[in-house]
Design a protein around this ligand. Structure first.
Ligand code: ADP
Ligand code: MG
Length: 716
């Protein structure tokens, strides 16, 4: 065993280019580089995505149904055929070993290649899950390693890496076989894993019983003593956990320092004078809920502190975030500063403007909408007013963040529906003033594991209570053949003087045709289904004034049925609407459906949500819709969504700023995230952390990984 190097030396050693490894020539180097593998460290962290148990090779007669098995067989027949029912092309290979035979099937393949690879007489080691259909046993898409002329014993003796043990199966890279990958990677792991040193302080590693990094890396590639319970999908638990902890720890440490950095900066210490907040409270037709009051208290506490506020308010759809934001805005205005409200879409900005403007006007204050539809002249006039401090509160989309917009004195920035913005926008808003307070509001319930990651640098307030008198929306999933039932329910509501939404999905690639579908549907609904009522159409292609006109007509009950694309997803508030029918519901994400459904059930009487499920809906799609029917709890819905779709898709695109983890999985590793977060935040609180030599390695690692991304240039 070489002596354990220092962290800095270890870091240098692991940066060794792969070209220095024996057996890695220029061609292989290129192949590896394509998979982003250029250094030793890249390979160490290029973990198997599953494992194969080759400790035991079974005879075909002894294969166990439903198990992942390894067996050797000789090809008896090999040909393309068709499935009996659907007449789909498949490739079938029958193999035998003297004790029995088994049928191997491929549903995606290249015919010529298959024919050559599995010619009659070929012998190979196969691995796959054994399925039984009556008397026939099948393996679909098995892994195969061709044996050639040699006997199995010969092969096993020559290639001990591939047999009699648990094998890593690496994510496939074009031009690199598992066999070569195993050989090269094993060499790298054997030589370099022992040199890996964790930059995490040892007391933290000990307290959390984290395996030494060197051992964890080696084990993850080649589990040596996995015991009986090695999970072939996730691999050796403790070894993997060590790597997961490492990733989460540095993520959270960065976030913790970022938060601390902001917290320590000077900001505006607002005074709570009640000059406007008290009159507003008296004007409101309702009392704030206990949750609203608690959250408002937390916000006021932050605003009074001499450091910038950086707070996230999370509240389910309809929990009353707007009023809380308005109250915070009034505190800022009481202190002679301005407020900026940033919304993700024009229509939501307009909606907010209408609400804020209404209340502010009653208090003798001035609100303005920075709309995309303003003429250049109007825009510069408004810019001038904002700069001169003649406007107290400005609402708009990201237009508010643009360069031409300058405030006389910005005290508070409010970002609504944060999940559509990134950390970047928060920074832009901050720079519109001198460390103004920032309040972020989101209706998307984010599972705790995700919010720790995405909003780790924000303090969190949760409005966990809905205003009283709401009746939970009744949700039903309807197949298309039962559409008439849906229409009957809508008609019944309309006869009682209520209103309804009918929502169409808008898929980006074919926006135009979807739009045509929505317009055509609106016409057909008016003519054939609701001739007695007024049907309106709202979609994203309308000009802002047109949208506003349609929304206003709906609000004033001049429209009974609003046919809409998802532009109504966020923030629209028409309490008299009590039914929503969603077409092609399976095309929506769960979080999105939850938002949509939140548009009804805003009054006291029973509301309904009807989810139309197409005949071609997938199994996953059906599961998602069932979740919607089962619960109205946004957090449960979000967790289910995350579980079914995975974090990447759950958040839409990558824009959310979710870091790429090499090993960690936010779904599986939630507990580890919390442990890592606790340790990281404690370390960040420690005054010695930024200065003591004892923590130099940890600081260096932090800079290496997140330096530019977290704007932590000042530490190190
Ligand atoms: P969201 O959190 O989804 O943004 P809103 O702020 O739009 O919710 O509030 C939803 C509705 O509930 C609005 O009509 C609002 O006026 C009303 N509301 C807010 N707070 C209360 C309360 N404490 N009691 C009764 N109604 C309330
Ligand atoms: Mg809202």
């Amino acid at each position: 065993m070489p002596p354990t190097p220092s962290y800095l030396r270890s870091r240098q050693l692991l940066a060794t280019p792969l070209s220095h490894i024996r057996g890695v020539g220029p061609r292989l180097q290129q192949v590896l580089a394509k998979a982003n593998l250029t250094t030793v460290e890249d390979v160490l962290y290029h973990l198997p995505h599953r494992y194969e148990d080759r400790r035991e090779i079974r005879r075909i007669a002894q294969l166990r149904d439903g198990r992942q098995e390894v067996f050797v067989g000789e090809v008896l027949a090999s040909a393309e055929t068709f499935t009996p029912k659907a007449r789909k092309r498949i490739y079938e290979v029958v193999v035998a070993d003297g004790t029995g035979q088994v049928s191997l099937k491929w549903f995606h393949y290249r015919k010529g290649w298959m024919k050559k690879r599995f010619a009659v007489g070929t012998r190979a080691v196969f691995t796959g899950e054994i399925k039984r259909f009556g008397l026939v046993r099948e393996v679909h898409h098995p892994d195969a390693e061709i044996l050639g002329a040699k006997s199995l014993d010969q092969i096993m003796a020559e290639d001990p890496l591939s047999f009699g043990r648990i094998l890593p199966v690496y994510p496939l890279t074009e031009g690199l076989s598992q066999k070569v990958a195993r050989k090269i990677f094993k060499q790298v792991v054997d030589q370099f894993a022992p040199l890996a040193v964790s930059p995490i302080p040892t007391d933290i590693l000990k307290r959390n019983q984290i395996l030494p990094l060197a051992q964890a890396l080696a084990e993850c590639h080649w589990p040596e003593n996995p015991g009986a319970h090695l999970d072939l999908e996730t691999g050796p638990g403790r070894a993997r956990s060590a790597l997961v902890f490492d990733e989460f720890f540095f993520l959270e440490l960065g976030l913790a320092l970022k938060r601390r950095g902001v917290v320590l900066e000077p900001g505006i210490a607002f005074a709570v004078t009640h000059k406007y907040t008290r009159p507003l409270a008296q004007m409101l037709p309702f009392r704030l809920t206990a949750a609203q009051r608690r959250v408002l208290g937390e916000i006021k506490h932050d605003m009074m502190a001499p450091h910038p506020m950086n707070r996230l308010v999370q509240g389910d759809v309809g929990s009353g975030k707007t009023i809380v934001a308005l109250m915070a805005a009034l505190v800022a205005i009481e202190n002679h500063t301005q407020v900026a409200v940033v919304a993700p879409t024009e229509i939501l900005a307009e909606q907010h403007y209408l609400q804020f403007h209404g209340w502010l006007e009653k208090l003798g204050l001035r609100a303005a909408l920075l709309s995309g539809s303003l003429s250049n002249k109007e825009k510069s006039a408004l810019h001038e007013k904002i700069r001169a401090g003649e406007v107290d509160l400005v609402v708009g989309t990201h237009a508010v963040l643009q360069q031409g917009v300058a405030f006389q004195r910005l005290g508070l920035g409010i970002i609504d529906e944060q999940h559509r913005f990134g950390v970047l926008q928060r920074g832009l808003l901050r720079h519109k003033g001198e460390n103004p307070d920032i309040l972020v509001m989101t209706a998307t319930p984010i599972p705790r594991t995700l919010s720790l990651t995405l909003y780790g640098d924000l303090a969190l307030s949760v409005i966990d209570e809905l205003p009283p008198g709401r009746t939970p929306v009744k949700t039903r999933v309807l197949s298309e053949s039962r559409r008439e039932e849906g229409y009957r329910l809508i008609k019944k509501a309309l006869e009682k003087g209520r209103q309804a939404y009918i929502v169409y999905p808008l898929v980006e690639e074919s926006e135009k045709s979807e739009l045509q579908a929505a317009s055509a549907a609106a016409q057909a609904l008016q003519a054939e289904v609701f001739p007695q009522h007024r049907v309106g159409l709202l979609h994203g292609r309308l000009k802002p004034q047109e949208k506003e006109a349609v929304m206003a007509a709906f609000k004033n009950r001049e429209i009974d049925v609003l046919v809409a694309t998802t532009v109504i997803e966020v923030g629209i508030d028409v309490p008299n609407a009590s039914v929503m029918l969603v077409e092609h519901a399976e095309r929506f994400g769960l979080a999105q459906l939850h938002q949509l459904r939140g548009r009804v059930g805003r009054g006291a009487e029973q509301s309904h949500c009807l989810l139309m499920q197409s005949a071609r809906c997938s199994v996953d799609g059906k599961r998602r819709l069932e979740v919607m029917a089962e619960t109205t709890d946004g957090f449960r819905i979000a967790e289910a969504d995350l579980e079914i779709r995975g974090p990447g898709e759950f958040l839409g695109t990558r824009q959310a700023g979710l870091p790429d983890f090499r090993v960690a999985n936010l779904l599986r590793d939630g507990r580890m995230l919390e442990a890592a977060r606790e340790e990281a935040f404690r370390l960040a609180q420690n005054p010695a952390f930024l200065s003591h030599a004892q923590y130099a390695d940890t600081r260096q690692a932090l800079m290496d990984r997140w330096g530019s991304r977290l704007e932590l240039a000042t530490i190190g």
